[in-house]
Design a protein around this ligand. Structure first.
Ligand code: ZN
Ligand code: ZN
Length: 181
């Protein structure tokens, strides 16, 4: 399936800006990045306008996930504009819920495991918020080790989330500067 054009993405942005943000999400350039292999989307705050990059490779395989990923990045843009907040913290989570998205992670349902990546799955208990990071998609039924410490318990299933987002948190120069302090 062909990817929406970048003009179509701007239309989707405008529509969701009206629907979810009262028109207050800041204007963003939206572009495809052909090199993203392990992540679906990324927002860069240092450019003007802000830039949202989407993985062409990922969305050719998962076209249904595109709107949700764009909305996720729009929430980042809105939080940045309104609060100067670039995290997945309280502001982000509240807006996420208002938009009807349920997790900071993108649940890709039955998408198969991808060989090219590391540590891509989060198992989450929706009852107690326990989370565990996994490199591979679990193949056996598992239940929350906190809600029932002794045995497998189908009342406490773990939801599998695939992590498909990558965000820049700084450069290695920042890391060096921090060490040198
Ligand atoms: Zn995010
Ligand atoms: Zn639990």
């Amino acid at each position: 399936m062909a990817l929406p054009s970048e003009a179509d993405l701007q239309l989707a942005f405008a529509r969701m800006n009206y629907e979810f943000f009262n028109g207050e999400a800041p204007h963003c350039a939206i572009v495809y990045n052909e090199r993203f292999a392990n992540s679906a989307g990324r927002i860069t705050y240092s450019s003007r306008p802000l830039t949202i990059e989407l993985s062409a490779k990922h969305f050719r395989r998962h076209p249904d996930a595109l709107q949700e990923t764009l909305l996720h990045e729009m929430i980042h843009a809105w939080c940045y504009q309104k609060f100067g907040d670039t995290s997945h913290g309280a502001h982000f989570k509240q807006k996420l819920r208002e938009c009807g998205l349920h997790s900071i992670y993108h649940d890709l349902g039955n998408a198969g495991p991808s060989q090219e990546s590391k540590r891509r799955y989060i198992l989450r208990c929706e009852q107690c918020s326990f989370e565990a990071l996994r490199r591979t998609r679990p193949r056996r039924a598992a239940s929350c080790p906190h809600c029932n410490k002794r045995r497998f318990d189908p009342r406490f299933p773990l939801t599998i989330y695939e992590i498909i987002e990558l965000r820049a948190v700084g450069t290695t120069l920042d890391t060096a500067a921090r060490r040198g302090r």
